[in-house]
Ligand binder design. Structure first.
Ligand SMILES: C[S@@+](CC[C@H](N)C(=O)[O-])C[C@H]1O[C@@H](n2cnc3c(N)ncnc32)[C@H](O)[C@@H]1O
Length: 240
């Protein structure tokens, strides 16, 4: 029997329980071996101890989280490229996370975990200073004014990300969307305290002779489409 979410408990409250879903991948995700993928409230079991619990082989390796990793193309590529570092890919899409985790298993990656959860609860999944790098590539722009409240990048969430990063940690954001980009910059200004360095570019691939030739993980799946359409890629790198 499916359980309905308790409407009285807000999504970001620690007591919130994700509801069971009728999506067939909700069950399929639970059939995958532990240590490869975690779903819903299970993504919060290892807050503050991800490194100790899963990545003991090289405790000094950097821990990167990619928010909105979709089918994991970039995170998987980065994990293969840097076997001494650790990567956690997060998305709320059941099927995409299933696909990503199956690929990680097929590749035999020991430095990669996927999480099926809502990024708004990131502060319940990771402890203060636990992360070295956060990647947020092409977050949904929610273009209509009435949808702006759904945007992930806000002063509140930037403060949360700042807390999760260790000293010297970095947040990288890329977007195709001009309006959202300006809003991101304003939110950073609002949440400025603590970021030691903020680098901004409005045309990331300007110096590249033919950015259409760029491949993953240097560009994302969505980024390739935007480049093909001649859209300039905007980027923010904020260091803690
Ligand atoms: C526009 S796509 C970009 C995908 C990928 N980063 C890329 O650049 O190719 C945005 C992704 O973020 C995910 N997403 C959006 N809101 C989310 C949330 N609150 N929590 C987790 N994932 C989210 C979507 O499911 C989708 O996979």
């Amino acid at each position: 029997m499916k359980t309905a979410p308790d409407r009285k408990i807000p999504l970001v409250h620690p007591d919130y329980r994700y509801p069971e879903s009728g999506n067939p991948y909700w069950k399929k995700l639970r059939d995958l071996p532990p240590g490869l993928v975690y779903c819903d409230n299970d993504t919060e079991l290892y807050r503050g101890v991800w490194r100790d619990k899963f990545f003991q082989a090289g405790k000094n390796g950097k821990l990167t989280v990619e928010i909105g990793c979709n089918g994991g193309h970039v995170a998987l590529g980065l994990a293969q490229r840097a076997p001494d570092e650790f990567f956690i890919g997060l998305d709320w899409k059941f099927k995409q996370i299933h696909r990503a985790a199956v690929k990680a298993a097929a590749l035999g990656l020991k430095n990669m975990i996927f999480l099926r959860a809502n990024a708004q609860r990131l502060g319940l999944m990771f402890g203060p200073g636990e992360l070295d790098r956060v990647l947020l590539f092409f977050p949904d722009p929610w273009p209509r004014k009435s949808q702006h409240k759904n945007r992930f990048v806000s002063a509140k969430n930037l403060k949360m990300l700042w807390t999760l990063l260790g000293p010297g940690g970095e947040l990288e954001i890329r977007t195709d969307h001009d309006g959202y980009f300006e809003r991101m910059l304003a939110a950073l200004e609002e949440a400025r305290a603590g970021w030691s360095d903020v680098r901004v570019t409005r045309d990331l691939h300007a110096a590249h002779p033919d950015p259409r030739k760029l491949e993953m993980p240097d560009v994302t799946l969505f980024e390739r489409l935007f480049i093909r359409d001649g859209i300039r890629i905007k980027q923010i790198i904020a260091a803690r």
